[in-house]
Design a protein. Structure first.
Lengths: 635, 381
């Protein structure tokens, strides 16, 4: 009965038995099986797409996931003096870190730590704040710059300090402290701008040179960062080290400085606010560069305390300024050789041409005085220099003209940028007509007259003065420089032949040198104080006393005495010299701020330092580096 | 009286019944469990603990349970069907009220030290209940819409409860299993069309009523790269794991994604990604083939049953297993939204393993008693 009802609907495909449900079941079960196989097949197809077609893409993603590249800070190169004495080096320091997940009780650990190394409440708050911010396996800095004692105390008590680990880092040290602070400079942690320019600077422990050689030789000193590939898990925890490429330590920079001479120079300066530069006048190597007073360069690494900044900024003597390169002074009478060279080179005068000095010089309505009230009478170049006669040089300057004076001065290294390897220097000024015009003024002949005695607009640095004398003495266009070796390989510029001739007539140079000899060694010279007591060598030099305020006519006529002025208003005392006279080896400049008179204040200092230099003869001792680079003149 | 006859002299029959067990099928299950052991061994970083060893023991227990269940006469199982369904439904209600919350969902309860996911049990109980319901129905009876009211309600009730847990994946699988059994029982085509046609519309409507995390799953499924560290992380990391496996894999025990903890839930839901990463496309497809063979073997068992109850039971269990496999694998390769669906017998986890083995026990019972006649079933012509 029931069969009849469903049989007409049958299409004759009797798959299994006479029960329609069984046949429908079989049909539909087979359909489902086909669907299941098809569905799994589709999944397999998609799996092929993900696993094989896109394999490279996902493999890269997997590597990105699990490999973390970290950079290793390279050890910074050392700085040594010319004899290999370390001026800037690296010392191990320790810092305490806290790993929260290893501490059973963070508060207890920190309490125990403060009992050993006191922590200020502010430090404590910072630590707790950072612990909250970071995941528990990330070390948080507890205290940096631990000294040996503190480190030892922590290590001994390690069992009471669960979670505390002591990490070794390096800090920059300057064994000579302030003796070479201006030359060597200092380092500090990079600031945000540095890191933006070079992301590798964000490595912990990296320091950046901020001044001196540390800054100018930054590229050599820094070295190359190494990198280490670490396998990390999803939480950032390090699982293992995959590869490590050690960085390249920074180059060792060997300076031209003789530390002994530098220290002797500073000792000689005592408390004076002063600057001394000693050059090897044949190749421009800086044997000593003193700027007094100085500062301790090691305080910058850890951060300078507020009180220290205050003390520095209130000190009139400017301890942070390198006076040798960045102090500008009117050269005064030390400039007279340049005036003479300008006039001789342009054939405006001859060495024997005589000028009269009645004690004053009139130009139109203006009267210019000689330092000697009664005047010097008739003088040639030799006498003019020996007596440092102002009136002689007023007239020579007018004959040569201001532009010729500036040109000669530039050629001798003044008012121009020097190739010194320090990060900054002040160029100073030798005025010209064009310069004055650019300021919107016509040139006055009176300005030329005062330029003849190194006053007026003229501004030079002690380094420029030393370079000027070295060039006069050697006849070569030497450039002062501080770097002698890089990784013990000599850099070019160490030999006299590395430097071109000045291109000035030798006769003119010889006449000027003779005048400088007379200043010190002849009867009636202005600086007998500078004569070397030791008969072996003879020193040639020139005094300078540069007013820093204008002296009124009234004061001059009523017994003016600059020594009675307040310190800041007294004239600067200068002395430039080279020695030995017959075979020039060393050149120096001494500037004693507000020292009053070059002959009395600066000349004895110059004499003592030059004598010390000659006795030490650092250039002779160190010899010329053997592996000399090909002769190349630094720009 | 009749019960006594159904449960005929078990002592005598056990040996004969064991002879009728499909040992091929048991062997296939053992092979799958071995794959699971190897994968969990690797996930634990080359150690049988904490995953592989406990799972192996559970599998052994499950296998024993399966064989015991296989001995049970289906005519007795028929009587057990609705009570089991009732218990499962009660447990589903209980889990909503007293269940443990994990990952924003209430899914399991403790039962005598055993974690039980009532939704897992429900799927088997539903298959049993539907098979019991349809076994006697004649072709005409099935055609009567009124006859379908009870089974439809029997499907809808647990689906709604599972959705409330909320566990979208299992709810869909439950509905699909119920539908498959009804379809196999002979419910007319057009009725399915009538139910399935409005689904897109309903889905759109339902989307707005879904939990935020379910919405997020669907959103990140559509654009997984848009939120690589957020909700899309799982899918993305899983795809990275699969993709880094390539054709031949990174080598057993050498998957970086898994061992470095990039892949979450790698020992449970995402175990297939690890297999894909370490053994490559070749290994993954081999595992899929094994799973497919098990599904088909189950379907063949259903086809070989001579009674409607056994057929529907075996088919329901097989379809359930297939849906597990399909949803899990589709999920790990980012083909469908993620839902808490493990890969049966491979993923770590006790309750799923035991319920799956219980299901296979029922399947095997249907096979052992494939030639049994139900005198009260609609006549076989």
């Amino acid at each position: 009965m029931k069969q009849r009802l469903w049989r007409p609907k049958q299409r004759g495909t009797d798959l299994r038995g006479p029960d329609p449900r069984a046949r429908v079941f079989t049909r539909r079960a087979l359909l489902m099986m086909a669907t299941q196989v098809g569905a799994l097949g589709l999944l397999a197809g998609r799996l092929y797409h993900v696993q094989v077609d896109d394999a490279s893409r996902y493999a890269a993603r997997a590597k990105d996931n699990s490999v973390s590249a970290r950079m290793l800070a390279p050890p910074r190169g050392r700085i040594t003096d010319r004899f290999g004495l370390v001026l800037a080096g690296n010392r191990l320091t320790w810092r305490a870190l806290l790993i929260a997940e290893q501490a059973r009780d963070i508060t207890a650990t920190l309490d125990a730590f403060s009992a050993l190394v006191p922590l200020e409440p502010r430090e404590r708050a910072r630590i707790e704040h950072e612990l909250k911010r970071h995941r528990p396996f990330i070390p948080v800095l507890v205290r940096d710059f631990l000294d040996w004692d503190e480190m030892a105390r922590i290590e001994v008590n390690a069992p009471d300090l669960p979670g505390i680990i002591v990490d070794v880092g390096t800090t920059r040290i300057y064994p000579l402290g302030q003796d070479l602070a201006h030359v060597v400079g200092y380092v500090a942690p990079p600031n945000d701008a540095d890191v933006e320019a070079d992301p590798t600077l964000s490595l912990p422990g990296i320091r950046v040179g901020r001044a001196g050689i540390e800054k100018s030789r930054e590229d050599d000193l820094r070295g190359k960062a190494g990198d280490v590939e670490l396998e990390v898990n999803a939480l950032g925890r390090v699982i293992r080290e995959i590869s490590r490429e050690d960085g390249q330590p920074g180059d060792e920079v060997g300076l031209t400085i003789d530390t002994g001479l530098q220290q002797a120079t500073l000792a000689r300066l005592g408390n004076e606010s002063a600057s001394v530069v000693v050059l090897d006048c044949r190749n421009g190597e800086v044997m000593a560069m003193a700027s007094n007073p100085s500062f301790d360069p090691s305080v910058f690494d850890a951060g300078v305390p507020q009180s220290q900044w205050k003390a520095w900024s209130h000190d009139q003597r400017g301890p942070l300024i390198n006076k040798a390169t960045n102090g500008l002074y009117a050269p005064g009478s030390t400039f007279k050789m340049a005036v003479a060279i300008a006039a001789l080179d342009t054939r405006a005068i001859t060495t024997t041409e005589r000028f009269n000095c009645p004690g004053y010089f009139d130009l139109g309505n203006a009267r210019f005085h000689c330092w000697r009230k009664g005047g010097h009478g008739s003088l040639d170049l030799h006498g003019g220099l020996k007596n440092s006669c102002d009136v002689y040089f007023y007239q020579v300057a007018l004959k040569a003209g201001i532009d010729a004076i500036a040109a000669a001065g530039h050629r001798l290294g003044m008012g121009t940028e020097l190739a010194i390897d320090l990060p900054d220097q002040r160029v100073g000024l030798l005025p010209t007509r064009a310069w004055r015009r650019s300021k919107g003024h016509p040139w006055n002949l009176g300005d030329t007259v005062v330029a003849g005695i190194g006053q007026g607009f003229i501004q030079v640095s002690p380094l420029q003065l030393a370079t000027y004398v070295a060039r006069l003495a050697s006849g070569r266009a030497v450039q002062p420089h501080l770097t002698r070796t890089l990784n013990r390989e000599a850099v070019s510029g160490s030999r006299a032949e590395d430097w071109p001739a000045l291109g000035l007539p030798e006769s003119a140079l010889a006449a000027v040198r003779g005048g400088m000899f007379a200043v010190v060694n002849e009867r009636g010279g202005t600086a007998p104080e500078a004569r070397l007591p030791d008969g072996r060598w003879q020193l040639a030099g020139k005094t300078g006393s540069a007013q820093v305020v204008r002296v009124s006519r009234y004061a001059r006529e009523h017994g003016f005495d600059s020594a009675k002025l307040p310190w800041r208003l007294r004239p600067n005392a200068l002395f430039v010299a080279f020695a030995p006279y017959d075979a020039p080896r060393y050149a120096l400049s001494v500037v004693i701020e507000h020292g009053n008179a070059g002959a009395t204040a600066a000349a004895p200092v110059a004499r003592d330092i030059m004598l010390d230099t000659l006795r030490r003869d650092p250039a002779g001792k160190a010899g010329t580096p053997t592996a000399m680079a090909a002769a190349r003149v630094p720009a | 009286m009749r019960a006594g006859r159904l449960w005929q002299a078990p002592g005598v029959d056990v040996a004969a019944k064991l002879w009728r067990v499909s040992w091929t099928f048991v062997l296939l299950l053992c092979a799958l469990a071995a794959v699971g052991y190897a994968a969990l061994y690797s996930v634990a970083g080359g150690s049988p603990y904490p995953y592989a060893e406990p799972d192996a023991l559970r599998f052994a227990a499950g296998l024993a349970m399966m064989l015991v269940v296989a001995m049970v006469d289906p005519r007795w199982l028929v009587r057990l069907a609705w009570p089991l369904y009732g218990v499962s439904l009660a447990l589903l209600v209980a889990v909503l009220r007293f269940g443990h919350v994990g990952k924003g969902a209430q899914r399991w309860i403790e039962l005598g030290g055993l974690q039980l996911q009532p939704s897992e049990l429900m799927k088997i109980a539903l298959v049993l209940a539907l098979a019991a319901w349809f076994r006697r129905a004649s072709w005409e009876r099935i055609g009567n819409p009124l006859f379908l009211v009870v089974p439809v309600l029997a499907i809808i009730a647990p689906v709604i409860l599972i959705l409330k847990e909320p566990n979208l994946g299992t709810a869909v699988i439950t509905a699909a299993v119920g539908g498959a059994v009804m379809f196999a029982a002979g419910v007319r085509w057009w009725k399915f069309a009538l139910v399935l046609a409005p689904i897109p519309l309903v889905a759109k409507l339902a989307y707005s009523h879904l939990h935020d995390y379910q919405q997020a799953r669907i959103d990140t499924f559509l654009h997984p790269e848009s939120d690589p560290l957020g909700a899309g992380y799982n899918i993305l990391q899983s795809k990275i794991a699969l993709g880094s496996g390539g054709m031949w894999g990174q080598g057993y025990l050498h998957g970086t994604q898994a061992h470095l903890d990039f892949l979450p839930e790698k020992q449970t839901d995402f175990i297939f990604s690890i297999i894909g990463e370490e053994t490559g496309f070749v290994g993954a497809v081999a595992v899929m083939a094994l799973l497919c063979v098990i599904v088909l073997a189950g379907m063949v068992i259903a086809l070989r049953c001579k009674n409607q109850f056994g057929r529907l039971l075996a088919l329901g269990i097989s379809v359930n297993f297939f849906l597990y496999v399909f949803v899990n694998i589709a999920m790990v390769m980012g083909a469908i939204p993620v839902g808490g669906v493990p890969l049966p017998l491979i993923s770590h986890g006790g309750s799923a393993m035991l319920t799956v083995m219980f299901g296979f026990g029922l399947l095997m019972a249907a096979y052992v008693h494939r030639d049994a006649a139900f005198e009260d079933e609609a006549e076989e012509g």
